[in-house]
Design a protein around this ligand. Structure first.
Ligand code: ZN
Length: 94
């Protein structure tokens, strides 16, 4: 029973990976918005920008969804954490 579940899961994952591979060949992945805008420094007080990278519940949107590059995602995360610490952004909203 457990084994069957796993194989089903693996099958699904394989299919998803194949789909993703095909997509990357046809058209490129979402481009990093911050690279496009040539943003180098993200200010933690710039809430208008930071709000785009958090969910309505205050969680940071993961890179695979936001499409940010690693460098900018790190900066965004850092700015959000700093903003939270300063009380500008919520940790979580219920
Ligand atoms: Zn970037």
């Amino acid at each position: 029973m457990a084994r069957r579940k796993q194989t089903l899961f693996q099958k699904r994952r394989e299919r998803r990976e194949k789909r993703e591979r095909d997509k990357s060949i046809v058209f490129r992945k979402k481009f990093c918005r911050l690279c496009q805008e040539k943003v180098d420094f993200i200010d933690y007080k710039d809430l208008r920008r930071l709000e785009k990278f958090i969910t309505e519940r205050g969680k940071i949107i993961p890179r695979r969804i936001s499409g940010n590059c690693a460098r900018h995602q790190r900066r965004v995360t850092f700015a959000i954490k700093r903003a939270r610490h300063a009380g500008l952004l919520p940790y979580t909203t219920k």
